[in-house]
Write a protein that binds this ligand. Structure first.
Ligand code: ADP
Length: 484
């Protein structure tokens, strides 16, 4: 097998810089070292933040139409490098190349394009008063935004945060997850080639606690933090942000329900459920790993779903027919496997998977886990309550709509849910009753960039998307204009 080697560097003040101890980057499908990246310490973090502070003045004053030209050039370069970026995301994450090709890179570009356009078209409020005075609302960029991303969909996360932050006139310091630094570094190269001025985008690498992440979140010159990752990390970052009152937006863990009513077309329900269960090997906070099926179709669904899941090809992520790739690391593989063991001790049954597949070398060295289906679970079992973040789902029957809602809402998370029914009234009722930031009815993972995105309960704080991003990434002022 031919491996590339990615010599990843920081991107600070328009320069690619190699400073700090280097750490290895592993290809999840074989655990072979495919690159290395430097760890930023206090000096590099400060250099990146100071570069962003200096760039802010000019970038924030630039007409948004000019920012749009540069951002669109950046997005076009992303589109022009689609095949290369799709491959990089697979080296970084171990996700099947097929999933990266199905519109994934286009969406990464669209994140930039949409907000570049939005920033020139959005309006503002004005309130003429009875006395002839006029109040109007002005939105201005805030300053330096720290953008901290997880390892599961690194480039999508990077542009989802960078797009609005930059379009509305802020400058950024981005820290990708230590396990997947390649794609974000490559995006920085494309932004550089697009002519985005030095200091507007900075990328630093490193770990979370006692490293680049923690240093960035407490830096006094960082004004905003947009973070996606684990709920416990969110609480730590919130505390770090408190002394300097930074504005925060967090998208955290999830444990979505996928509720299937008896009136559905079973084949379609199975196809949607395969995606909501096993997209990105289930390493996806929006996934729907708690499948609840109305009793009349429970057995039929389970048998079809099990059969279809068993046929998903697992292995070499660059094989275009492969649908399930490798988990991100050995450590994460062990964590996910422990949940499967736990299910057994809780009295549940594993009816599919539960173990690594038999694969030829070098993939036998990778972190592969078969799609796993667990039944005979109780809603309070840990496998039904905690985020597993792997290709592991539970399937359980229910009778009444109210019962499904109660089970779906009976977790600490509230990020997303899937509802499958042909009954419009029921879809409307569940849309209202389910405690989740996003609810898909009869599909999964489709979203207009104008809608709010984020989670309820322990799944987050704040919303981004459309004008919600405008609100987060801009400071708002009221100006009262006298007519005298
Ligand atoms: P995951 O399990 O998805 O890696 P984490 O929440 O641990 O979730 O990590 C998400 C991102 O947050 C990564 O970029 C990681 O380096 C960063 N991170 C982790 N801990 C901290 C922290 N204490 N302060 C700032 N960033 C952190």
């Amino acid at each position: 097998m031919d491996y590339p080697f990615f010599h990843v560097s920081h991107y600070i003040n328009g320069q690619f810089i190699d400073r700090g101890p280097r750490f290895d980057i592993y290809y999840p499908a074989t655990n072979y070292v495919i690159g290395s990246a430097p760890e930023a310490g206090a000096e590099e973090v400060d250099a990146a933040v100071q570069a962003a502070v200096r760039a802010f003045g000019e970038w924030s004053r630039r007409p948004s139409a000019e920012r749009r030209v540069l951002l669109k050039r950046f997005a076009q370069l992303i589109r022009d490098h689609e095949a290369e970026l799709a491959a990089i995301e697979t080296w970084d994450v171990g996700r099947p190349i097929a999933e990266n090709k199905a519109g994934y890179i286009a969406r990464i570009a669209a994140n930039i394009e949409f907000f570049a356009d939005f920033a020139v078209t959005h309006g503002s409020e004005a309130y003429p008063m009875d006395n002839g005075y006029i109040n109007y609302v002005l939105r201005q960029p805030v300053g330096v935004a720290a953008l901290i991303t997880p390892w599961n969909i690194p480039m999508l996360q990077a542009t989802w945060k960078m797009g609005p932050a930059l379009a509305f006139g802020n400058t950024v310091v981005l820290k990708p997850a230590e396990l997947t630094p390649i794609g974000t570094w490559r995006l920085a190269q494309l932004a550089h080639a697009a002519g985005i001025p030095p200091g507007v985008i900075n990328v630093i690498h490193g770990f979370g606690p006692d490293s680049a992440g923690a240093l960035l979140t407490k830096h006094p010159d960082v004004k905003l933090i947009s973070f996606t990752g684990e709920t416990t990390t969110g609480t730590i970052i919130m505390a770090a942000a408190a002394p300097t009152l930074k504005r925060v937006s967090f998208e955290l863990g999830g444990k979505g329900a996928n509720i299937i009513f008896a009136d559905v077309d079973l084949e379609r329900a199975v196809s949607i459920s395969l995606r909501s269960s096993f997209f990105n090997q289930g390493e996806f906070c929006l996934a729907g790993p708690r499948i609840l099926v109305q009793r009349p179709v429970y057995e039929a669904f389970l048998s079809h779903f099990r059969q279809a899941a068993a046929q998903l090809k697992i292995g070499n992520p660059f094989d275009p027919d492969v649908r399930v790739g490798a988990l991100i690391s050995r450590e994460h593989f062990t964590r996910v496997s422990n949940y499967i063991d736990l299910a057994g001790t809780d009295g549940a049954s594993v009816i599919l998977g539960g173990a690594p597949p038999v694969l030829p070398e070098p993939f036998a060295q990778g972190n592969f886990l078969q799609p796993t289906i667990i039944i005979d679970v109780k809603p309070d079992d840990r496998v039904c309550q905690e985020e597993i973040f792997g290709p592991v789902v539970t399937v359980a029957p229910f009778d009444e709509e109210e019962e499904a809602v109660a089970i779906a809402n009976g977790v600490s998370y509230g990020l997303s849910a899937v509802v499958q029914t042909r009954d419009v009234g029921r879809a409307v009722r569940l849309g209202s009753a389910l405690e989740a930031g996003t609810i898909w009815v009869n599909d999964f993972f489709v979203r207009d960039l104008r809608v709010p995105f984020g989670g309820m309960k322990q799944s987050g704080i704040g919303r981004e998307g459309g004008h919600y991003s405008l609100e987060f990434y801009t400071e708002v002022k009221t100006i009262c204009l006298s007519n005298q």
